[in-house]
Design a protein. Sequence first.
Length: 278
Amino acid sequence: MQFFKMHALGNNYVFVDTARTTLPEDDFPSLARRVSDVRRGIGSDGLILVTPSDSADVGMRIWNADGSEAESCGNGLRCVARYAYERGLVDATHFSIETKAGVVAAQVHLDVEGRVQLVTIDMGVARFGTEAVPYRGPDRGEDVHVEAGGAQYTGTLVSMGNPHFVMLVDHVDDVDVEHVGGAIESHPDFPERVNVEFVSVLTPDEIDFRVYERGSGVTFACGTGACASVTALARKGLVGNRVTVHLLGGDLDIEIREDGHVWMTGEAHWVCEGTYYA
Ligand SMILES: N[C@@H](CCC[C@H](N)C(=O)O)C(=O)O
C-alpha cells in the first residue's frame, strides 16, 4: 500500500490516497491500529484516507490510533489541503473538503516558490452543551462536572463536529494530562468518549493548550480542540475573537468571524512517502 506521512504541529498521520493506491483491506479500524503502531507499523496518531467526493473537491476520513473513527480532524484537514494542492487533486488555492462532519472550505497560502506555507480552514460553527456532545451525567447546559479518580472536574462541552470537554486551568504545565485526560476521555458519562482540553488564558488574545485526544491519547496538537477551546473561552468573555493558541507542537491562529464560523490557520508538513507491507 502506498502511503505518505504528514504532520501539523507534530500531530502526525499516515495518509492513503484511495484514488492512487489499492487498499489491502476494508477493515479500516484494524488498518489504523496497525499503521499507527510505532513498533510494528509506521507510527502515527492515526490513519487518514484521502478520497474522491461527490459533494466537495476532495474527501477525507480519519481513524484514531486505537481504530475509532472520528468525525473531523483540524490538523489532518490542513495536511489534506496541502497534499491536494501540491499533488494536483485541485488546481485552485480555494477549494472544499468533505469530512464526516460536513464540507469545509480550505485555502492554501503559497510561498514564492509556489509551495504551501500555511493553510486556512473554515471549521464551521461550534455547538455547545449537552445538546451537542453525547453526555449522560446529571448536569444540563454548557458546563458539566465529571468525577474521576476521586476528584471533580468542570469543563465546557463543545462540538466542532467531534466532541470536546474544555477545562480552564491556572497553568497547563501543572496538569497531569495523561492521567486526568485519560480518565475523562473514557469516563462513563461520555458514551462516545471525548477529547479533553486543558487551557489557560495568558492574555485576551493568547492561550496555552494541552490535549488528551479521544482514541489517540496525548498528542502534540489538536486543531478541532484549539477551535473548541477558543470558542468556549470567548463565550465566557475570557478571550477575544482572534487568538493565538500555543500547543505543545507550535502555534495556531484561531479566528471567530461575525457569522460564528471558526477559521483556523496553521502549518502542515510533509514527512515521508513509502510502501507499507500490510
Ligand atoms: N487531532 C485532530 C482530531 C482527531 C480526532 C479526535 N481524536 C476525535 O476522536 O474526535 C485535530 O487536529 O482536530
